[in-house]
Design a binder for this molecule. Structure first.
Ligand SMILES: Nc1ncnc2c1ncn2[C@@H]1O[C@H](COP(=O)(O)OP(=O)(O)OP(=O)(O)O)[C@@H](O)[C@H]1O
Ligand SMILES: [Mg+2]
Length: 278
């Protein structure tokens, strides 16, 4: 049994211009201990798919699926109470915009503490100790001093680390990381990726890494799903994908990597559409 198994996920938004299909029948499965990367250009439906899994899309979204199971339990039929136990505890997400996801009015220590109090039996001094332990584990310098810092008093990289600490606070079985390093400079990116992979390996959790960066895929993933315009173009283990990409869109993504540069004009999506790629 997979940790997460989603079949034929469709998402449609009700917009002023009429219905908009953001995701068109995509399957996702992740096992415990596995890293699945979801790649694809902006707007390809990476975030909405995972937000739907977390139950975080607005009412304007119509979500349908043939299956949406976590540990064999149907996420769609869980009661609100049961769902709250799973979402945020067993399945946790690092959101695409870390600074916007932290509340500017509360200290990072308070926000981490609230997560712990909601999902664990820790109280009082135990909460504070665990917060310090978490901040230490994500590499925040002087964690005892930083516990009373507000998000605006921390750098982008530190806020990202706090978000990671919050996401792993309750030892999730599945962590969804939505572009966890996009807003960061290259050296911090590497540190955060290494940290995530380390945490994943130490805990044996499943990890879904959403990214548009094939370098991140190569470095972290076991298996890859390539999306374009709400559809799955290709799914393969990471070595096969890099060695023999089957879909023209995947080939285009890989040929856009600097190390594969030929000096010629980079192919565009329309080149592949004309060639009948999709
Ligand atoms: N609340 C919403 N209402 C209407 N359309 C939406 C809404 N949220 C997302 N969309 C649309 O759904 C499509 C998929 O969006 P999504 O955020 O999943 O893209 P993405 O692949 O995560 O892109 P990025 O790499 O830029 O984060 C986009 O066309 C987006 O405009
Ligand atoms: Mg996104």
């Amino acid at each position: 049994m997979s940790l997460l198994e989603i079949r034929n996920l469709r998402i449609e938004f009700d917009t002023a211009k009429g219905p908009f299909r953001a995701l068109d029948g995509v399957d996702y499965t992740v096992d415990a201990g596995e890293v699945l990367a979801i790649v694809g250009e902006s707007g390809s439906g990476k975030s909405v798919a995972m937000l739907a899994t977390m139950g975080l899309l607005p009412d304007s979204a119509t979500i349908t699926a043939d299956k949406m199971d976590f540990e064999g339990k149907d996420l769609r039929t869980l009661s609100t109470r049961a769902r709250r136990k799973v979402i945020g505890k067993d399945i946790s997400m690092i959101f695409q915009e870390p600074i916007a996801s932290l509340n500017p009015c509360f200290t990072v220590g308070f926000q981490l503490g609230e997560t712990l109090k909601t999902h664990t039996s820790l109280r009082g001094r135990q909460v504070k100790d665990r917060v310090i332990e978490l901040l230490t584990s994500v590499g925040i310098p002087d964690p005892e001093g930083r516990i009373d810092a507000f998000p605006h008093q921390m750098s982008g990289g530190q806020c990202q680390r706090v978000m990671i600490a919050m996401a792993i606070a309750c030892a999730p079985k599945l962590l969804i990381a939505d572009e966890p390093t996009t807003a960061l400079d290259v050296t911090i990116q590497k540190q955060i990726l290494d940290l995530l992979v380390q945490l994943q390996q130490d805990s044996g959790m499943g990890l879904i890494m959403i990214t548009h960066d094939m370098g991140v895929v190569a470095e972290t993933a076991d298996r890859v799903i390539v999306q374009y315009k709400g559809r799955k173009m290709e799914e393969a283990d990471v070595l096969s994908l890099f060695e023999s990409p089957q879909n023209p869109y995947t080939q285009a993504l890989l040929s856009a990597l600097p190390e594969n540069a030929t000096g010629n004009r980079l192919p565009t999506v329309s080149d592949f559409a004309e060639a009948g790629g999709f």
